[in-house]
Design a protein around this ligand. Structure first.
Ligand SMILES: Nc1nc2c(ncn2[C@@H]2O[C@H](COP(=O)(O)OP(=O)(O)OP(=O)(O)O)[C@@H](O)[C@H]2O)c(=O)[nH]1
Ligand SMILES: [Mg+2]
Length: 342
């Protein structure tokens, strides 16, 4: 499970002030009070958006403001209200007040909205204060202040696919070419220290979430390298993809080593459905055949190159079906468990 968190300051718009004004007609110098009311300040809402999978945007922009309402004007014209502001968040985001830790709500589905800062009401203009005994009021109200607060957004995300591989296997590069994620990529080991998530989009609004995780080395299950921390991150993914670069001296041994580390760490993790990606296909000598790998437990073996872009479309379609079938299995296991509990 990946926890994505962001703290954002939201400031709603203050209401516009009411006006103090008197009508002036050519032949009637002393008209009645005609100051209009101020407009509403804009409120701020958090809204579920199915196209998002992370809270990454809020690392770059952590302050959001709505405009103030316009002031009222003469001729009892009400000031214009300001537009409300919507912060898009992925479904599954919990919204809290960051100062009090109070739960403000949870965005479960696309389109769900939660108000996080209320815009101020507009103040009344002097036209509103006229009574039979008080016919020329000068009173007007200022607009109400817009609410301001610090909110915390928390998203617990289960990645569909976890990319498993030795350092430099090309995990981050692969994520960067199949999603909008921009993980750091370099030709030295352990470039990736924290998991990166990306959403892979396919035609017909299909998508799945891929997690690129720190490289795994021999002894990872004992805590070597980023070992345990890395393994905890993949524990909650639905399926795994083992990456074996084709410029490895012995691809079979690389695959065996990865399987070994996972098995040593946890049997359920090793039992997760998995596929093998033979990466960096462009590094094979021209005309050379892709080496065969013995992987009896794998659902499939695909050769691809992130650098040349080969095999990627097929791989995305393949992964999507693989993830869907894993979701189907989960559902049937849950149903089976429920039936057997009764
Ligand atoms: N020729 C070639 N090089 C690639 C390909 N994919 C990745 N690389 C290179 O391999 C190196 C390592 O790539 P990364 O994507 O950072 O590898 P990683 O698995 O994320 O590595 P860590 O984060 O350190 O575990 C970089 O120099 C990449 O440019 C590929 O398809 N072909
Ligand atoms: Mg990396």
């Amino acid at each position: 499970m990946f926890i994505d968190r962001a703290v954002v300051r939201v400031t709603a718009g203050t209401g516009g002030s009411g006006a103090s004004s008197f009508a002036r007609f050519k032949y009637k110098p002393k008209g009645g009070p005609d100051g209009g009311d101020g407009g509403h300040g804009g409120s701020i809402f958090v809204r579920g958006d199915a196209n998002l999978a992370t809270l990454l945007d809020y690392r770059y922009r952590n302050a959001w403001k709505a405009e103030r309402g316009e002031h009222g004007r003469g001729k009892t014209q009400t000031g214009a209200s300001s537009e409300d502001v919507y912060l898009p968040v992925p479904p599954g985001t919990v919204v809290k007040d960051a100062e009090t830790d109070k739960l403000l709500g949870e965005v479960l589905h696309a389109g769900d909205t939660i108000q996080v800062a209320k815009g101020g009401r507009g103040g009344r203009g002097n036209a509103r204060f006229a009574t039979s005994t008080h016919q020329a009021p000068r009173e007007w109200e200022p607009g109400e202040e817009g609410e301001e607060r610090q909110i915390e957004l928390v998203l617990k995300l289960i990645a569909d696919v976890g990319l498993v591989g030795e350092p430099n296997a090309g995990k981050s590069t692969l994520l960067s070419v199949i999603s909008a994620a921009r993980p750091k990529i370099a030709d030295y080991p352990f470039t990736t220290l924290e998991p990166n998530l990306g959403v892979v989009g396919l035609s017909g609004h299909r998508s799945f979430v891929v997690a690129d995780i720190p490289g795994i080395i021999e002894g990872a299950h004992e805590g070597k390298g980023l070992g345990l921390r890395f393994l905890q991150h993949v524990e909650r993914t639905r399926v795994l993809a083992y990456l074996v670069p084709l410029d490895s001296e012995d691809p079979q041994a690389v695959y065996r080593g990865l399987r070994h580390e996972i098995e040593q760490y946890s049997a359920p993790l090793a039992a997760k459905p998995h596929v093998v990606f033979l990466t960096k296909r462009d590094l094979l000598a021209a005309g050379a055949a892709v080496p065969a790998i013995d992987a009896p437990d794998a659902a499939g073996i695909l050769a691809l190159s992130s650098a040349a872009g080969t095999g990627l479309d097929e791989m995305k379609e393949y992964l999507w079906k693989f993830v869907e079938s894993a979701k189907g299995e989960e559902a049937s296991v849950e149903a089976w468990q429920q039936e057997n509990e009764e």
